[in-house]
Structure formats: C-alpha cells, structure tokens
Design a binder for this molecule. Structure first.
Ligand SMILES: *Cc1c(COP(=O)(O)O)cnc(C)c1O
Length: 378
C-alpha cells in the first residue's frame, strides 16, 4: 500500500471557509467585490495594527510588483534586493525593466546584511543613481534585523518594500511583520502559514496610497462615465471567493502559529542531541518567528549524514523535504547582475535542508519523522 505522503507545508483548512464561499454565492458576489474582501482586509488591518492599510490582491508577487509601481520604479532604476529568497521577490524588478542589485544575508537571521546593504547603496550612488527601493525578506518566518536596516533606509532616504510573504504572525520587538516597510506584502499562496488558495496583500501607510494601489490593481481606470485610461494598469485584485477562504483561515491563524511553534520544539528536542546538525532558531527575545518552515544546516563536512542522504531517506518513506532557497545571485536568470557580500547565503544554501512543518502534522507523522532521524544517528 502507498504510504501517506507527509508534505513540507500543505494547506490546512479551518472549517468556516466553505460557509464564506457559500455567502458569496448566496449574495451573487462572485467577483472582485463583496463582503469577504472587505472583512478579510479589515481583519488584517486590525491584526497588523494602527498604521496599516490593506489591499487584497491576486498574489504576493502582484503585491511586490504594485509596490515597485507605486514607488515609480522605471526602466534602468536600481532596486536592492535580498539575494537569499524565492524568485518572486525579484521577478517584479524585471517586470519594470529595472536593475536588481543583490545583497547577501547575515548569519544571525539569514536575512539582508546591513554592511553588505550599505556597500551596495554606495556602489549605486557612485554610478550616479540612488536606488529606488530596498526589498527585505523575513525568510522562513524569521524577521530581518529591523532596527539596523530601517536606520540605513532612513539615512539614505530609500524606501523599504518588506517581503513578509512567509512571515504572517512573526514579530520583531512585539510588532507584527508587515509593519516595517513603507510598503509591505504578505502571501496567501497554498504553501504559506494560511492560504486563500492563492493571493496576497499589499500594506500601505495611508488611505491615499491604498487608493492608488486599488487604481493600479483594477486597470488604472479613471473616474469617468466611460472607460478612460492614461496609464498602464493591471488586473490584480483578489476575488471575493478567495477572500472567503482567507476569512475562514484568519479565524484559525493564532492556532496555526501555535502549531508551527510546537513543530519547532519537536525538532529542537531531536536536534539537541546532534552535534553536526543545527536547527535554525530565533537569535534572541527581540525575534518571534512563526517558524513557517523548520530548517537545519549540516555543520560538518565529513559527517556521514549529509543533506542529500537525509533527503533520500525521507523520500523513501514518502516524506517531502526541500533544499533551502537558492540565492538569486547564483541563478542563471540573474547572473549578469551585481551581488554585494561574502556569499553567506550561498554557503547556507549548500548546507541546509527544510523539514516538514505543516500544522496538520499528526503525532503519527512526527513519530515517523523522529524514528528516521534517530535511526540515522545510530
Ligand atoms: C511565496 C513567496 C512570494 C510570492 O508570493 P505568491 O503569493 O506565491 O505570489 C514572495 N516572496 C517570498 C519570500 C515567498 O516565499
């Protein structure tokens, strides 16, 4: 018999999603308008706090693209971007025909390194062009070094686009991720901590920029009796059906964060006993991670357990694992662009692995994972 597959981070429905979809059908709001969208946006605004204006969009990638658009990023402009990330952080830079400049990670949070960032900024200034934006990422749910990076952003007056695609529920100094950018994004793709089946939000800091985002997300339609356009726009709004799923998912968000953090403790108990394997953890009390994915690094080159071996052993038991994100500066797509740093993220990529971290992992699944890891050690 085929063993049940254990996935890295599958969707986990809460129970009320269908009810909200039914509402949309009952009221015939099966479009990009309706009460699910309104409620989804409002609930997120309350969750994120004060200064957050939320626009629901078709994806996190669309949100990053509109963020660049709002900051007027154009052909030939420099945009600084964390190299260690999923390609969706950087693709929208190319949509705008701008020039990505990639920045290394520091080894504490695995996110954008303040020193390398400053080197990159100085390089751009030397070329006679101030970068239009800094794209920071909170990878695997770990917040970046917020204070240090915000200070650099202020010093050089370069706005931050905070890619918190993976970090809903994470906090820095008690403030939720999604608060740290001039514009911030969160993804609700199927593999994230909660999902709308596919979707994202763009968070801005005032009503005026929210209006602008809505305008660009709905084909840049001007307020006339006929269809009037003078700028290029996009069809990027979230549907009221997807927002219904999101509404149901927001009801269980707190529970999902607790479960992900429980998964982390499960792995911590196992890896405490390994000298050669490190579980990636919060560096100190300022950082609160949703532990979207648990990741380990293999710290001994000559160890008999390698990431390839572990991946294969898990795969034989129908358990999914993944290597870490391959940095953008090592991708063929971006090989002609500049990179600043000492390849901290390339080394992490070489020695790291992501482990199953879904909130629907059962005790049975955990036993299976634990037995494999313990047998491997002996
Ligand atoms: C998932 C993800 C995105 C893109 O979000 P989509 O909703 O899938 O478009 C962007 N950045 C990072 C770091 C992600 O993990």
């Amino acid at each position: 018999m085929e063993e049940k597959k254990i996935w890295l981070s599958p969707p986990h429905l809460g129970g009320n999603e269908l009810k909200y979809i039914q509402d949309a059908f009952d009221t015939n709001w099966v479009s990009q308008y309706g009460s699910n969208i309104d409620s989804f946006e409002r609930t997120l605004e309350n969750y994120l706090g004060n200064n957050s204006f939320v626009t629901a969009l078709s994806s996190g990638t669309a949100a990053i693209h509109l963020a660049l658009r709002l900051l007027n990023v154009q052909e030939g402009d420099f945009v600084l971007c964390q190299s260690f990330t999923f390609v969706a952080s950087a693709n929208p830079i190319l949509y705008q025909k701008a020039i990505p400049v990639f920045v290394d990670s520091e080894s504490t949070t695995w996110n954008i390194c303040p020193n390398a960032l400053e080197d990159a900024i100085k390089y751009c200034l030397k070329q006679g062009k101030k970068p239009k934006a800094i794209i920071t990422v909170s990878l695997y749910g770990m917040p970046f070094m917020v204070d240090e990076i915000l200070e650099i952003s202020q010093k050089y007056e370069i706005p931050i686009i905070e890619d918190s695609a993976e970090a809903l529920g994470s906090k820095y100094k008690n403030k939720p991720c999604g608060n740290f950018g001039d514009l911030s994004i969160i993804s609700f793709n199927g593999n994230k901590i909660i999902t709308t089946s596919g979707g994202g939000i763009l968070i801005s800091r005032d009503q005026e920029s929210k209006n602008q985002i809505l305008y660009f997300a709905t084909q840049a339609k001007e307020n006339q009796d006929y269809y009037s356009h003078s700028e290029v726009g996009y069809n990027y709004r979230m549907s009221n059906i997807s927002a219904g799923i999101g509404r149901g998912q927001l009801e269980v968000l707190e529970d999902r964060i607790i479960k992900r953090r429980e998964n982390h403790r499960f792995y911590r108990d196992i890896f405490e006993k390994y000298e050669e394997i490190n579980l990636f953890e919060e560096p100190n009390e300022d950082f609160f991670s949703n532990y979207w994915l648990n990741t380990i690094t293999f710290e001994k080159k000559d160890s008999k357990i390698t990431k390839e071996k572990l991946k294969q052993v898990f795969s034989e038991s129908n358990i999914e694992t993944r290597y870490l994100w391959k940095p953008m500066h090592l991708q063929v797509l971006f090989e002609k662009y500049k990179f600043f740093g000492s390849n901290v993220c390339g080394i992490l990529f070489d020695k790291g692995l992501c482990l199953p971290s879904g909130t629907n992992l059962t005790d049975g699944d955990k036993d299976k994972i634990k037995n494999i890891l313990i047998n491997l050690k002996d």
